[in-house]
Design a protein around this ligand. Structure first.
Ligand code: ATP
Ligand code: MG
Length: 221
């Protein structure tokens, strides 16, 4: 297990008997329950502020889905400061930015991982114009292709405070989950983020209260 996997909390799902793994399984079930009637497949993991746990939550939920036998694609849309390639120890010389620049298709940029049913689209080299790329038709087409090939598509995003990127991406997804760092994020920031997401076409399907600290089963829904 890599240092990144340990540091970023993937150990939770690599140790299936742990309390944290159980919380992620329950979170997965909660998302499935919220999405059950509407056939939602693309789920953006968003947060108001940086560092609330979006990437950790995304990777762990993706593993929880894969362990349950679903075909999962995790897409790192944080083109400014991506981490999924580090978590899964994948090369990042080609990825989402490459595809959106028209230089590769989904098949070429979806990488296999140590988990049989889980593939990851890393962010790729940082482009000069992340928002423009994410807003493009190419991004909508890539998500449509992903929906047709996978059972579920988990989309890691940039924090909403940092740029418009997260809103742009979330609005192309079916559902959004808001990650809230317990005891740190201010209520008005959370409400504003929820309002911003709700003003688009995406359905906010739930919130995760995340806590930094030791891995003792942190997130709850
Ligand atoms: N539940 C948790 N328990 C312990 N550590 C956590 C937990 N959630 C996140 N962390 C740690 O907090 C840090 C920030 O988490 P993460 O990178 O997932 O946040 P983020 O919202 O994706 O940040 P950014 O806005 O920079 O993309 C990481 O070091 C991660 O390992
Ligand atoms: Mg992140």
């Amino acid at each position: 297990m890599s240092r990144w996997m340990r540091n970023r909390g993937l150990i939770a799902t690599l140790s299936p008997g742990s309390g944290a793994a159980d919380k992620y399984r329950r979170l997965k079930t909660g998302i499935e329950w919220s999405c059950r009637d509407e056939g939602m497949k693309t789920i953006a993991i968003a947060s108001a502020e940086p560092g609330e746990g979006k990437s950790t939550t995304s990777s762990n939920i993706a593993v929880a889905y894969a362990n349950a036998g679903r075909r999962v694609l995790l897409v790192d849309t944080d083109l400014r400061s991506p981490v999924q390639h580090r978590i899964f120890e994948l090369p990042n010389d080609a990825g989402l930015s490459t595809a959106l620049a028209g230089r590769a298709g989904l098949d070429k940029i979806a990488s296999r991982t140590a988990f049989a049913n889980l593939q990851v689209v890393c962010a790729g080299p940082m482009p000069p114009n992340p928002s423009e790329l994410l807003e493009s038709d190419a991004m909508s087409e890539l998500l449509a292709a992903a929906k047709s090939r996978y059972d579920i598509v988990i989309v890691d995003t940039t924090s909403m405070a940092a740029a418009a990127d997260a809103m742009i991406v979330a609005d192309k997804c079916d559902g959004a989950v808001l990650v809230i760092r317990r005891g740190k994020t201010k209520l008005d920031a959370v409400l504003k983020a929820k309002e911003t997401l709700s003003s688009g076409r995406v359905k906010v399907v739930g919130a995760v209260f995340n806590r930094r600290g030791r891995w003792t089963g942190s997130p709850s829904r």
